[in-house]
Design a protein around this ligand. Structure first.
Ligand code: HEC
Length: 445
């Protein structure tokens, strides 16, 4: 049968389903990265407590651990499945591609994660209840499990940007998919950020201990300041390395906003160097509420912007450089027996090959042309452009404002010929172009 493997369209007006993904993802990343960073920090503190016989560090670790349990693990565990739901709705074939490539990697990650969750409970509960050495071993294994979850998930997420090796397309093997050239730089980037986050949260906790234990609070705030600066430096190094391992399309998209992005990163860097400097030089001046506010700053201007950038640099693909954001498979992957759907769509059109098109729209007639045009535009364009006048997500209205039908058709022909590296090459039969252009003009943007 001449059909393409599409799923029903999940349409989210104004903001686009990609933003829903981004919002859930950003919150999840804050929580999950904090937990991995904290696991490394715990190993460091437990080591210090053991080697230097510093029992006074335990109450701090306990407080930190409780915060983690509530903040990272509860929020992380809620938003984790949230990502699955959102991604499955927004990009079913993207998720399907990841599952088909990495099912065992994900299963392994889950085992590490279970260990991690049990580990953090054990770590907090057994503090001061078991001997220091055993506790130290526990923190080491907790740190290993945490970093393990990170290492595994990074290979998967990096594949979304691109496999990073041509071998993958012929072998289809999980290791070729996993070990692309941008997996390790990506890992460094994230580890740096995690270490920095562990310090940022550490300052929240240490500053809240100012009254009860002023000396210890100062010492720890200082340490956290240094740790954060170290993490920040690793992040910066990772980012520069990461950028050099990206595919061409990513650079093309980055170039669109390069100045704004670099400016934002420099402002953030200066702000945080000042903040960490303050933690080192004048720890007493930091109020816990202010320290908490800095987490929000990271969430909104650091992570949200960064994740949006990563998402947008993947365009026109959603995963592996063979699935477009609009859920169409755009190239053969011999190793997985996957065939490009573009020739069939070019020949028969989307209305005839997508199994979810209502019967009355399968053939375009003068009376259903507008309705068919709307559906086609939603299928072909809405994963990257919101279509409402009030749309916020790369709004179509700004892209085609003032164009007449012929000009819009010109764009569509360009898209069909692959003239825009950041947009899917989508060739359609003339009548479908006509329907899309007719509907877009009727929107009167
Ligand atoms: C995979 C994501 C994606 C899809 C799907 C997509 N676009 Fe785009 N589009 C982009 C990106 C990225 C840009 C460039 C950045 C920008 O304009 O913000 C862009 C830019 C444009 C522009 C401005 C052209 C330029 O380069 O100046 C037009 C017009 C446009 N898109 C129309 C469409 C239409 C019509 C569709 C559906 C047939 C569509 N796009 C589908 C991602 C996409």
């Amino acid at each position: 049968m001449d059909i393409v493997g599409q799923f029903p369209l999940f349409y989210f007006p104004d903001y686009g389903s990609a933003w829903m993904m981004g919002i859930t993802g950003t919150i999840h990343i804050l929580a999950s990265h904090t937990s991995v960073g904290a696991a490394i920090l715990f190993a460091f503190l437990a080591h210090k407590a053991y080697k230097e016989n510093r029992s006074d560090l335990y109450p701090y670790m306990k407080k930190y651990g409780m915060f983690l349990l509530i903040f990272s693990y509860v929020i992380g565990s809620i938003t984790g499945p949230g990502i699955w739901y959102t991604a499955t709705a927004a990009s079913p074939r993207g998720i399907s591609a990841l599952i088909h490539n990495f099912v065992w990697v994900w299963a392994t990650e889950w085992v590490f994660f279970v260990y991690e969750v049990i580990g953090v409970f054990a770590l907090v509960y057994f503090m001061n209840k078991i001997d220091k050495k055993t506790h130290l071993k526990l923190t080491y294994s907790f740190a290993l499990a945490s970093v393990g979850t990170l290492a595994l998930i990074i290979g998967i997420i990096s594949f979304m940007m691109w496999p990073g090796t041509d071998a993958y397309y012929t072998t289809g093997s999980a290791s070729d998919a996993f070990f692309g050239i941008n997996t390790f730089p990506h890992m460094f980037l994230r580890i740096g950020f995690m270490v920095m986050m562990s310090g940022v949260i550490g300052i929240v906790i240490s500053s809240s201990m100012k009254k009860e234990k002023p000396e210890l609070s100062d010492e720890l705030s200082r340490k956290m300041g240094f740790i954060s600066i170290l993490g920040g430096a690793i992040t910066l190094f990772g980012f520069v390395w990461y950028m050099q391992t990206l595919p061409e399309n990513a650079h093309a998209i980055f170039a669109y906003d390069r100045d704004a992005i670099i400016q934002n990163r420099i402002i953030l860097m200066v702000l945080f160097i000042l903040y960490f400097g303050l933690a080192i030089v004048r720890p007493r001046l930091i109020h816990p509420a202010f320290a908490s506010l800095m987490i929000v700053v990271i969430l909104v201007s650091g992570l949200w912007k960064g994740e949006k950038l990563r998402e947008s640099m993947r365009k026109p693909y959603v995963a592996g450089q063979y699935i477009y954001s609009n859920q169409i498979i755009s190239r053969d992957v011999e190793g997985k027996n996957i065939k490009s759907e573009l020739p069939l769509i070019a020949q028969k059109g989307l209305l005839k090959t997508n199994p979810w098109i209502p019967q009355n729209l399968r053939t375009i007639t003068p009376s259903n042309q507008l309705e068919a045009g709307e559906l086609l535009t939603k299928i072909a364009c809405s994963s990257c452009h919101s279509l409402e006048k009030s749309g916020k997500y790369r709004p179509m209205k700004d892209r085609i404002a003032g164009m007449d039908k012929e000009a819009i058709k010109g764009i569509l022909y360009g898209i069909g010929a692959g003239a825009f590296t950041h947009m899917p090459t989508l060739q359609l039969p003339e009548e479908e172009y006509e329907a899309i252009a007719t509907w877009l003009v009727a929107q009167d943007y």
